[in-house]
Design a protein around this ligand. Sequence first.
Ligand SMILES: NC(=O)c1ccc[n+]([C@@H]2O[C@H](COP(=O)([O-])OP(=O)(O)OC[C@H]3O[C@@H](n4cnc5c(N)ncnc54)[C@H](OP(=O)(O)O)[C@@H]3O)[C@@H](O)[C@H]2O)c1
Length: 222
Amino acid sequence: MERPFTFINSAMSADGKISSIQRRQISVSGREDLSRVAELRASSDAIMVGVGTILADDPGLGVKSTDLRRARIRAGKAENPIRVVADSLARTPPDAKVLGAGCILAVSRAAPEDRLEQLEGMADLVVFGDSRVDLGALMANLRSRGVRRLMVEGGATLNWSLIEAGLVDEIYIYTGPIIIGGESAPTLVDGLGFAFNFPELDLVALERLGDGALLKWRMKRP
Ligand SMILES: NC(=O)c1ccc[n+]([C@@H]2O[C@H](COP(=O)([O-])OP(=O)(O)OC[C@H]3O[C@@H](n4cnc5c(N)ncnc54)[C@H](OP(=O)(O)O)[C@@H]3O)[C@@H](O)[C@H]2O)c1
């Protein structure tokens, strides 16, 4: 199966949390990291999140900088990358910022008809998988639409499923100078966890960025 080059980008606290126990977004990144993330978004063909992130943070997932949007247009690309939400049961609220032209809402065959009707016309609705979105099929579909570079912006559950399915190439983590704590606070990768055959990584880069550190990892192929 052909799929896009896929990387996860995340900001976490020094203790490995990506949000608080209330699943509330916490400002972990400084100015330097925010501009790095803006450039990463602008260099991607599509940006994907799980519906948990939509419900928690309501991100728009667009490129905010006018300069970066103009540079995309000069390069012959759309002003913004495609926005993709993995949302098996179509729980994305109709007023979510992510919806609109350029948004793909990937649902499963279990998505209730009335929710789909509500979202009709607000996104390109695609169906993959019986009870949960089949991420492999979704990625193959994205590739067939011309997506070569896919940025995943969380959250913890989607990250887990993608890594477990072997669908991730690289992981970029900014670790910021803050402690969040809480055993139920989301970490970079939640889900069921591995009991054996733990995926291994190669360290590609390690740099100081503002008051924190940026680590770039490449997944080793089994
Ligand atoms: N610091 C950061 O960089 C960062 C970035 C993003 C998010 N966050 C934080 O992460 C938290 C959200 O994480 P989360 O784990 O709750 O939600 P999530 O990973 O964003 O979304 C998970 C949801 O995606 C849906 N989904 C559809 N297909 C799936 C599949 N094949 N595998 C897994 N999930 C699938 C599932 O809901 P259905 O079964 O209903 O489809 C699942 O519950 C928030 O607190 C947010 O603030 C932090």
